[in-house]
Design a binder for this molecule. Sequence first.
Ligand code: CMC
Length: 428
Amino acid sequence: MADKSASLSMDEKSFDYPVRAGTVGPDVIDIRKLYGQTGAFTFDPGFTSTASCESAITYIDGDKGVLLHRGYPIDQLAENSTFMEVAYLLLNGELPTRAELDKFTYTITRHTMVHEQLSQFYRGFRRDAHPMAVMCGVVGALSAFYHDSTDITDPHQRTVASHRLIAKMPTIAAMAYKYSVGQPFVYPQNDLSYTGNFLRMTFGVPAEPYEINPVIERAMRRIFILHADHEQNASTSTVRLAGSSGANPFACIAAGIACLWGPAHGGANEAALNMLREIGRPERIPEYIARAKDKDDPFRLMGFGHRVYKNYDPRAKVMQATADEVLKELGISDPVLDVARELEHIALHDEYFIEKKLYPNVDFYSGVILSAIGFPTSMFTVLFALARTTGWVAQWNEMISDPDQKIGRPRQLYTGAAQREYVPVDKR
Ligand code: CMC
């Protein structure tokens, strides 16, 4: 029972709505009875003031720049955890014991291969297809290959589908890359770590052994952990909305991938690096800052700003340190990193960015790292999708297990024509 309530006056009547408190964070006004009582809807395009669900997985304090998974700060997880540990935590709510972690890792590694016929599926795509287009198609197609884990009413099948998605995503992503460069697919090798295996499937070739560089493996592990979940962002909300109709999990994750592709969301890492390359040298930064501030210019600083963070994105801090580490290890001096650092410095001291609380987000430095490792820009969002699959799957499971779950069905403010009579074509 809520002890606070909020009242609304409308047409000289007053209505009370319970106010619910979470563990931390803003309260929510429970308006589920609003339409029934008042006949009015709320209007909140972009969901800027609307909690679409109850969740116990991830918490963000945007003003303080805090991100917690099941209560654990992201920087602690990025520093100390393996990706398998974070995946277990997101799915199950607690950090695993050694025995639980071993069992979970064993289960995931036993699902890393994909149905052999799936490799034929890739050959239907043009070689120059964007790998995100390939990902949307191939992940959606998984439901045609794994019929025994599409019954969402069966908790066992839901678990198997979750494990399959987390396990197969690196294989599918690496295959998308291999297909684009015309190299043979590399099968997974299960004695490697989740990230080591992915690196080998991506950059290894059958003709020679692939040696995993521990600094790169660590950087990839961090990048995967930093992208694993981010509460009710656009793609996660898409997965939940798709799943709310009872669609199978493979179809739901394919929907999430499609949403993630956009440049305002997961596509920003690709866009950020393209922008840094276009700027090219620190002297040109003022020109781009001026464009970002110009209301008549649609240009935005990619990798800057966030709907929730009104402070430095905690993921960007880890990303920045990782960029330094990777470039040093690889002996690369990339002028793009100098441009990024200088751009960040200038933007953080500029009145426009200060006033609007625009800070670097996770995507600002990730492109510099991924490019140094050898990924083409078109693969950046694929890596985001690979890592975020764990969060999507955890959020999808939480939704399906919620007894209050209903099909997601937003309402609208209709501003089109009122009812009118059909006019035959020769009378128009
Ligand atoms: N460059 C210049 N101005 C900006 C930027 C930017 N990157 N981001 C926001 N603004 C301005 C915007 O013009 C607006 O100004 P005004 O109030 O005068 O109209 C104000 O800041 C608020 O922006 P908004 O678009 O209303 O904010 P939002 O919460 O709807 O958008 C965002 C958030 C991430 C889409 C936006 O900041 C953006 O487009 N950033 C660049 C793309 C990017 O880096 N996306 C990755 C997000 S993090 C990874 C992920 O979660 O996917």
